[in-house]
Design a protein around this ligand. Structure first.
Ligand SMILES: Cc1cc2nc3c(=O)[nH]c(=O)nc-3n(C[C@H](O)[C@H](O)[C@H](O)COP(=O)(O)OP(=O)(O)OC[C@H]3O[C@@H](n4cnc5c(N)ncnc54)[C@H](O)[C@@H]3O)c2cc1C
Length: 311
């Protein structure tokens, strides 16, 4: 790739995340094109991509790597409403894209209503839930690798699975989605139903990063969970384990386990990233003690001290 355009780098006092807490970035650059992203990779091959910050906890003393935000042509889309094909930049806002595809009478993405994300963040995490996952609509994904080379992955090569993908480590730039032409009114009605479900089951108005943990697959039966699914080999909601362990409302300073949905940790004024990490450690310890299940974090933690959880 021909690298022409250098991104403008500044520092960021606070990386904007849905938790509304945490540290900043020593170096931050909006990037508008794949060429600029390639130039940013030359500057720091270990750079981090900030999506919508909806699944992200940034440690209180921030990060040293270059943080980039995908904008401009990397956040734009074209929609072919007749064939149902959407070409979209990874920096595009998923809820806005959902509204637009629904408006144009395309079915599919309405199943992801109420999930805050950039398209790139949603692809990397294979965002989804009760009504579907983004991978169901993916035809192919375009990305740059850490040496700035263009990579195209067909759906079958992107290793999508429950809340993960084989895109980890790549810098996703765009994707093609296949949606289904449908009656716009019917699609809008389904979106409303999905949103209504989310509003009653999750603390949408509070500051959180959505589900803190992935739903674990059990390696042993748990009889006292009184849930027919709590059998070896089955996936159970992490929130159920946290709730039944009596941890709803457990708090460290201004961070607490939500009373509405036990897999959501919510922050109030004065909370720190350190408080979230201490609460995660405590919840993990208590669920392990009570049920013998080691919870796996879904929330990504950015820290200058360890790089273990960076996709
Ligand atoms: C209120 C609320 C409700 C939620 N409900 C759901 C839900 O129902 N289902 C669900 O799955 N999730 C849910 N989430 C979590 C979140 O919406 C998803 O995980 C989403 O996919 C995060 O996308 P993002 O763009 O915000 O990623 P970020 O949080 O910005 O980043 C997450 C990780 O993805 C990486 N990343 C982002 N963009 C790129 C890119 N272009 N290339 C490479 N890496 C990239 C980042 O570097 C980071 O490591 C919820 C969150 C909130 C706050």
């Amino acid at each position: 790739m021909l690298v022409t355009d250098a991104p403008a780098i500044s520092s960021l006092a606070h990386v904007p995340t849905w938790f509304g807490i945490g540290g900043g970035a020593d170096r931050f650059a909006p990037v508008q094109t794949a060429e600029q992203l390639a130039r940013a990779i030359e500057i720091d091959p270990a750079l981090r991509v900030l999506g919508d910050g909806a699944n992200l906890l940034v440690d209180d003393d921030g990060v040293s790597e270059l943080v980039v935000k995908l904008e401009g042509e990397l956040a734009s889309w074209t929609i072919d409403p007749v064939r149902g094909i959407v070409r979209v930049g990874a920096g595009a806002n998923l809820p806005k894209l959902i509204n637009e595809t629904v408006r144009q009478g395309l079915a599919g993405l309405e199943t992801l209503g109420g999930i805050p994300a950039s398209v790139g963040g949603a692809l990397v995490m294979n965002a989804g839930g009760k009504f579907g996952e983004i991978e169901q609509y993916v035809v192919r994904v375009h990305a740059l690798d850490r040496s700035g080379r263009e990579v195209t992955l067909e759906h079958k090569d992107a290793a999508f699975a429950y809340r993960r993908s084989g895109l980890k480590g790549l810098l996703v730039t765009s994707c093609e989605l296949q949606l289904a032409p449908d009656d716009a009114g019917a699609v809008r009605k389904r979106l409303k139903e999905v949103m209504a479900y989310k509003k009653t089951s999750q603390p949408m108005a509070e500051k959180s990063a959505g589900c803190t943990y992935k739903n674990p697959t059990l390696d042993h039966d748990i009889m006292d969970l009184f849930d027919a699914n709590a059998r070896a080999g089955r996936r159970v909601p992490a929130g159920l384990l946290i709730d039944r362990a009596g941890l709803k409302g457990l708090a460290v300073n201004a961070v607490s386990v939500s009373d509405v949905h036990a897999n959501f940790f919510v922050t109030r004024e004065g909370a720190t990233a350190g408080d979230v990490i201490r609460l995660m450690n405590e919840v993990e310890r208590r669920v392990l003690d009570r049920y013998g299940v080691q919870l796996e974090r879904e929330v990504v933690v950015w820290s200058r001290h360890h790089r273990g959880s960076r996709p």
